[in-house]
Design a protein around this ligand. Structure first.
Ligand SMILES: C[S@@+](CC[C@H](N)C(=O)[O-])C[C@H]1O[C@@H](n2cnc3c(N)ncnc32)[C@H](O)[C@@H]1O
Length: 316
């Protein structure tokens, strides 16, 4: 009798344990089937880039004073760049909060990232063709591939409804924009793109990371490049206050560490949405995990402000 009671108790305990664990996992996985549940509205744009251009602005704003940005002061062709891009600039609510009220800084930061990207992929033989900006939001970067060059056929997707709606409303039809869901699948053909980018996207993807990498590999042509930014060891050492606060609040166990822990470090800050974490990747992790699917050509720290870029080539 005692043995039977013990067995019954053991089975019930493991059932209760399994039920709670499974419930949590199931809930999380189900959320991966939906678009980003953020309730943002589509707000009127703030103007077009030339509305905010003022040469003194460039030297007055703190962003331009930082040494890393100094080369902008020498950009000779401002008027020409602005003439080519007459599309509106999104309200900060529709651009992931980037650059608060500094609308021109938002536009120029995208131009800078566009220029850095084309310069970095050129040595790998990528000079034009089809370009896909995964998690492209409202075009901080991809708009420059469209307006500042005639070498690219520009595509972008995001899982945030309002961003894709904004793009459909305000960009010309030549830019192909669509909503993807949180499950790693893209309605795009195999071997289609020369260049794929993901700026500050894998910094927010945890469980589905490798499946998304495989999707990006699938849509790239052989020899094509995936240009993906991450938080690496140098980001950890130069952490901006906004992320530092999240680490202190949600991962107090690691907040005081001087060095980034090995492997992948995840700081989950909510659980009601698939957009729910900050992710840090150690270089060794990138080689071990991403290197199974791509040739890891370069990892450049602090290349896009505090983020590193991983230049990945599709091998076959
Ligand atoms: C920090 S923002 C960066 C936006 C843009 N790439 C840029 O650099 O301006 C992260 C973007 O990734 C998108 N995102 C995150 N996970 C995604 C996923 N699994 N599928 C599509 N978009 C995703 C978010 O909706 C958001 O627009």
């Amino acid at each position: 009798m005692y043995e039977r009671l013990k067995k019954f108790w053991r089975n019930s305990a493991s059932y209760v344990y399994a039920k709670f664990v499974m419930d949590d996992r199931l809930k999380k996985l189900l959320k991966y089937g939906v678009s980003y549940a953020d309730a943002s509205e589509i707000l009127p744009p703030v103007g077009i880039p030339s509305n905010f251009f003022d040469k003194t602005y460039l030297s007055d704003q703190s962003w331009w004073k930082e040494k890393a940005q100094a080369w902008w002061l020498e950009e000779p062709e401002w008027e020409e760049l602005l003439r080519r891009d007459q599309a509106p600039i999104p309200d900060r609510e529709n651009r992931e909060g980037y650059f608060a009220k500094h609308h021109l800084a938002f536009w120029i930061s995208g131009y800078r990232d566009y220029r850095k990207t084309i310069a970095a992929v050129e040595p790998y033989g990528i000079r034009g063709g089809r370009f896909f900006d995964f998690g492209g939001s409202t075009g901080r970067v991809f708009r420059h591939f469209e307006f500042q060059s005639d070498q690219w056929d520009v595509w972008s997707s995001d899982f945030k409804l309002s961003s894709v709606g904004w793009n459909q409303t305000h960009y010309p039809n030549s830019i192909k924009v669509f909503l993807n869901n949180s499950n790693p699948s893209l309605p795009l053909p195999d071997s289609y793109f020369d260049l794929v980018s993901a700026f500050s996207v894998f910094t927010h993807i945890n469980e589905t990371e490798t499946a998304w990498l495989l999707e990006l590999r699938r849509i790239l042509k052989v020899g094509g490049i995936a240009y993906i930014t991450i938080h690496d060891e140098a980001t950890w050492l130069n952490m901006v206050p906004m992320i530092k606060n999240k680490v202190e609040k949600f991962r107090p166990d690691i907040a005081d560490l001087v060095e980034l822990p090995e492997g992948k470090t995840v700081v989950t800050f909510r659980d009601d949405d698939p957009y729910n974490c900050h992710v840090f990747h150690g270089r060794q992790y990138i080689e071990n995990v991403w290197g199974r699917f791509f040739e890891i050509c370069e990892i450049k720290s602090l290349n896009h402000d505090q983020q590193a870029v991983v230049i990945c080539r599709r091998p076959d």
